[in-house]
Design a binder for this molecule. Sequence first.
Ligand code: ATP
Length: 275
Amino acid sequence: MLSVEKLTKVYRTGDTALTDVTFTVPKGQVVGLIGPSGAGKSTLIRCVNRLVEPTSGAVRLGDLDITRLRARDLRRARRRIGMIFQEYALVERLTVMENVLSGRLGYVPFWRSFTRRFPGPDIARAFALLDRVGLSAHADKRADALSGGQRQRVGIARALEQEPDLLLIDEPTASLDPRTSRQIMRLIVEICRESGLPAIINIHDVVLAQQFADRIIGLQSGRVVFDGPPAQLTGDALTAIYGAEDWTAMRQSAADDAEAEAEERDEARKMLRAL
Ligand SMILES: Nc1ncnc2c1ncn2[C@@H]1O[C@H](COP(=O)(O)OP(=O)(O)OP(=O)(O)O)[C@@H](O)[C@H]1O
């Protein structure tokens, strides 16, 4: 379980990015973190693994108080926090398998990673994960030969190869088309449920968040202004989060995408029947 308590971040510039943010995420729960630009979503995700140092408050993962760890213990704790990024952060010239295995770099001794000799169980796990994300046939391909959706699947497998206790996911679908975005969100949620992993997804697409997350946390100017199930994200709640921003337009464009996808599927079915 992840527990965030009264987390506050004031940058050196004087910008207050987070104020008294408090919530807990139980095992297997996927939290969609939403809010307008500058609300503090990235800062929150980065404070959890201390890529950004919180000004005050606590972050606990199980029994571990992450905010109190010194450098060496923090490095060890970070192995247990998988990250998935918008731009995938793969090593383009390495193969899919090598990219997945790089999730073990925090574990294997340097000489071993240097000579790229990973222990057998690590390799077996990587194969199983590639199978789980639907990429077994691509294990030996270079990462730069993959589509965006496939790259993100590699990113997911690499994060899981760490055997994490928590997933932090930063805009996983921002570089993907609407249909692939839905596939990726579905995959993430399924995997978290299967393996009891808590996850926080920083996601600006409200409709996707509502469709796939178990719970939504809405930030506005660094404060939690909504925390509840997607069904409770009413117009009033969205106005509290986004203020004057036109979230109605966001919803309409997502509904149009879903409609287009359904039409595409119907067309494909008709073509198959005609064969
Ligand atoms: N390195 C930094 N130094 C100073 N201020 C920062 C820094 N990073 C972020 N901020 C400020 O902190 C606040 C929150 O920013 P943050 O990037 O966390 O928001 P966000 O919700 O992730 O926005 P976006 O959706 O645009 O990525 C903003 O006011 C921003 O200007």
